[in-house]
Design a protein around this ligand. Structure first.
Ligand code: C2O
Ligand code: CU
Length: 541
């Protein structure tokens, strides 16, 4: 295995998109930020030099960082921010991941502009479980706000109102032909006739699931979240924020120009940016260029069936070389109600000045981020930073899909974590609710990949639904879409000691408290314990 070194300089840079210019935080002045690449099992050192004006952290989304929570990155969970004017070198330890992952800032909403791809190739001398593509290209789907994202989120927190929505979306930093002032910079992927390309697609967007497709071309999905799946032939994919998908396509159509495009799958009542980002797949050679490229027929924004039909097809490759090991004898069960409900603010103890505000919760706890990071507090046995009593089920009986326009169950803030013994076989059932309002939720856990063994609509039934679980070839992921008013069950072995954030990857929901922390305790040997604290960690305050 090899060691790779990267410098990430956080600095402000000016960008003009959709007819307006702003200064924003970037890595090395680029948007999206640099791709970092390694092979399975390698180690990367990334020196983050903060030349910006506020503290930031970086997270390696989907990298399990075995026994190494110190360099995982979520702000005030595993570290305090890297202050402006200082630097911090992350040690990113790759283990079983192979495929595409991504990195992003993990401080408030800074990830809107601070993100990039992580490409993990097979170990030296090893190959993909599919024929080698002619070329590979990272495709980063992102949100674009004309305003400053930090201002948008602080205004939202101060007012208790929904943050302003995206002004549009981008593919590899470019909005494409459907937005004002954008058609001269539309991202173009030039292809040769009959060659096969591997697209490493990342949904780095802030708040929306997306449908993605390429006009006239069939897609073959071969990996999700840096784990191989049984190839799926499809005309579109549905990808939630946080997810990554590796997709093959062959340039086998009449040489011409074809749009690659994405637009939201949106199933909640919150207003959203219903618009389309495009790029152009452009065949090389001489042909008459159409006045406008062909367009892919993406599903309508509210086409729940289209979203589900695609997602349900995803299965692990599950063969001798890529085995599946779903835990069978579960020793720790957790049931989590995932809700958008209101926070009662009796006095000034909430983030807002007056009155109730919108909030999000897990088992009716709306996560309150501490001032000192939980990892430091746990490791150093500091009191009064976090509690260890995240409930194993919601505190009240509830019909999770009933009509609850009159919400009597307010949520309360807390910094509650869930302690898990090393080696436990964990099952978590997530139940979407419509307390307040219903929505889908891309749930994500740091430090693990887990098997998504079952999903369904309506209330979870603990007699009949477990009979439907797929224990043979379920997908192994780090983020999954909990469908609106539905349930999902995941399983994993708690073999990674550390402090691991778990949250909805819609930033709107995460900011409102749809988060908690799993603390996996040390095992009985050094090899089953957290690595020691690095000598230098960014100081808190
Ligand atoms: Cu993309 Cu907390 O992560
Ligand atoms: Cu959510």
């Amino acid at each position: 295995t090899e060691v790779h070194y990267y410098d990430f300089v956080l600095k402000d840079a000016n960008f003009t998109k959709m007819c307006s210019t702003k200064s924003m935080l970037t890595v090395n002045g680029s948007f999206p930020g640099p791709t970092i690449q390694a092979r399975k099992g390698d180690t990367m050192f990334v020196n983050v030099i903060n030349q910006g004006t506020y503290g930031v952290t970086i997270h390696w989304h989907g990298v399990k960082q075995p026994r190494n929570p110190w360099y995982d990155g979520p702000e005030n969970i595993t570290q305090c921010p890297i202050a402006a004017g200082s630097n911090f070198t992350y040690k990113v330890i790759l283990s079983t991941e192979e495929g595409t992952l991504w990195w992003h800032a993990h401080s408030d909403w800074t990830r809107a502009t601070v993100h990039g791809a992580i490409v993990i190739l097979p170990a030296r001398g090893k190959y993909y479980p599919f024929p080698k593509p002619y070329k590979e290209q990272t495709i980063i789907l992102a949100s674009w706000f004309k305003g400053d994202v930090m201002a948008i989120i602080s205004n939202s927190i101060a007012s208790g109102a929904n943050p302003s929505i995206e002004d549009g979306y981008t593919i590899n930093g470019e909005p494409g032909d459907f937005y004002g002032c954008s058609n001269e910079t539309t991202y173009r992927l030039s292809v040769e006739y009959d060659k096969t390309y591997l697209l490493r697609i990342v949904n780095a967007g802030m708040n929306e699931d997306q449908f993605f497709g390429i006009a006239n071309h069939s897609l073959t999905v071969v990996a999700q979240d840096a784990a191989y799946i049984k190839p799926i032939n499809t005309s579109y994919i549905m990808i939630t924020p946080g997810q990554t998908m590796d997709v093959l396509f062959t340039a086998n159509q009449n040489p011409s120009n074809y749009y690659m495009a994405f637009s939201p799958f949106h199933d909640s009542v919150v207003t959203f940016a219903n618009s389309t980002a495009t790029a152009i797949v452009q065949y090389e050679g001489n042909y008459s260029i159409p006045s406008s490229p062909f367009f892919p027929p993406l599903p309508a924004y509210n086409d729940m069936d289209a979203a589900q039909n695609f997602t349900k097809r995803i299965k692990s490759l599950a063969n001798k070389k890529y085995p599946v090991n779903v835990p069978k004898n579960i020793t720790t069960r957790i049931f989590i109600a995932v809700s958008l409900n209101s926070l009662l603010c009796p006095n000034s103890s909430c983030d807002t000045e007056s009155g109730d505000r919108t909030a999000a919760s897990l088992n009716n706890v709306s996560f309150d981020t501490p001032q000192i990071d939980i990892l430091e507090a746990y490791y150093g046995s500091l009191n009064n930073v976090f509690d260890r009593d995240f409930p194993s089920q919601p505190p009240f009986f509830f019909n999770f899909t009933g009509n609850v326009s009159n919400v009597s169950e307010y949520t309360a803030q807390g910094t509650k974590t869930r302690m898990i013994k090393y080696g436990e076989a964990v099952e978590i059932v997530y139940q979407g609710t419509n307390l307040g309002s219903a929505s889908s939720h891309p749930m994500h856990i740091h430090g693990f990949s887990f098997y998504l063994v079952g999903t369904g609509t309506g209330n979870f039934d603990n007699v009949t639904h477990p009979l439907t679980y797929n224990l043979v070839d379920p997908p192994k992921v780090n983020t999954f879409n909990l469908i609106k008013n539905g349930w999902a069950t995941i399983r994993f072995v708690a073999n990674n000691p550390g402090v691991w954030f778990m949250h909805c990857h819609f930033d709107r929901h995460a900011t409102w408290g749809m988060d908690t922390v799993l603390i996996v305790k040390n095992g009985s040997t050094a090899k089953t314990s957290m690595l020691p604290r690095p000598v230098y960690m960014p100081p808190c305050s």
